[in-house]
Design a protein around this ligand. Structure first.
Ligand SMILES: [Zn+2]
Length: 331
């Protein structure tokens, strides 16, 4: 009997879905939903197959009683929630997946020109033309800067925008979050949700080496998973990107992040702090009401034509397997 249960696709009356139902899981948005809607949430690393397609599963969970996988496409880095019963999965390892674009993004080759910085670890510049616009939604008492979002959307239908959102921001900005979801649902924006921790630890006045995620007692797993869960509870799909609060991390945090199969997202153009974007820049602003200066600079650069265009999806920023080797890319 146990064998039949494990061969769900073959067992009459088992939970396997009909082939035509085997698209991505559609989770009905629930305004105000709590992360607890996603149960038995855990990190895995599995190679999954369905009809000749391959995905890598990084999380397993149960939502409204249905077993789901959070999967990533090994080349495009796009994520999707999939019904577990539709895929045949086997455990895999980083070594086995080392040649995928995904693993190269999670564990990028060491760059000898870059000092081991406490600040701004991770991906800080993308390939090619244009710019990668990223907005951090750290916890805030202020409303969303909707004018900035409209300005991005005015670039044309489906303009990509990466929002690094903290779970605590979602929990306290239900209407703003629903408004963002509507922008994506209507096709005005293509939003990628990066994880910006749940509680976003920060103490005014402490130096970086004792602040943010380096505060004593901070639990990286909890910060990662609780934000992923509240995104999923609202019907959204977490991406593979994670932004450290303050862009501050040490080697141990970075290694733990890689073990959770997330890509650290830095920035080389934090507009409020100065550096002007160039082609391929990862641009950082705060549309959470706390940094209007950066948004004003964004507007000014955009209007004067000094903001690199087009705006591109953050999934295109990491090293691309399509790029020829031997053209100067550090390996
Ligand atoms: Zn932040």
């Amino acid at each position: 009997m146990a064998v039949l249960l494990f061969c769900a696709g073959l067992a009459p009356g088992a939970t396997a879905r009909a082939q035509e139902d085997c698209g991505p899981a559609a989770i009905a948005p629930q305004p105000g939903a709590a992360g607890a809607r996603a149960q038995d949430y855990r990190a895995v690393f599995e190679s999954c197959a369905k009809n000749g397609e391959t995905r890598l599963a990084t999380r397993r969970m149960s939502v409204d009683g249905e077993k789901l996988l959070l999967t990533v496409h090994p080349q495009t880095l796009k994520t999707s929630l999939e019904p577990a019963s539709c895929w045949r999965c086997a455990e895999t390892t980083d070594e086995e997946q080392a040649e995928t674009r995904f693993m190269k993004a999670v564990r990028p080759p060491a760059d000898p020109d870059r000092p081991p910085a406490l600040v701004n670890a991770g991906l800080i510049h993308g390939e090619g033309a244009g710019a990668f616009i990223t907005g951090d939604l750290c916890p805030s008492r202020k409303p969303l800067d909707r004018a900035f979002i409209e300005e991005v959307a005015a670039q044309g239908p489906g303009t990509p925008l990466a929002l690094a959102v903290s779970g605590a921001w979602i929990a306290h900005h239900g209407q703003d979050f629903a408004w963002l979801q509507e922008k994506a649902r209507s096709g005005a924006l293509d939003i990628t949700w990066a994880d910006h921790t749940y509680s976003h630890p920060y103490v005014v006045g402490l130096k970086d080496s004792q602040n943010y995620m380096l505060r004593p007692g901070v639990d990286l797993d909890r910060e990662i998973f609780e934000t992923e869960k509240i995104l999923i509870a609202h019907g959204e799909t977490p991406s593979v990107f994670f932004r450290f609060p303050g862009l501050v991390a040490d080697g141990a945090l970075l290694e733990k992040l890689k073990e959770r199969h997330l890509v650290a997202l830095g920035a080389d153009s934090w507009l409020a702090l100065g550096p002007t974007p160039t082609a391929g820049s990862i641009v950082l602003v705060h549309p959470n009401g706390n940094e209007p200066a950066g948004l004003r600079i964004f507007s000014r650069l955009l209007r004067s034509g000094r903001m690199p265009k087009p705006f591109r999806a953050i999934e295109e920023a990491p090293w691309s397997a399509l790029r020829k080797s031997g053209d100067g890319e550090a390996r």
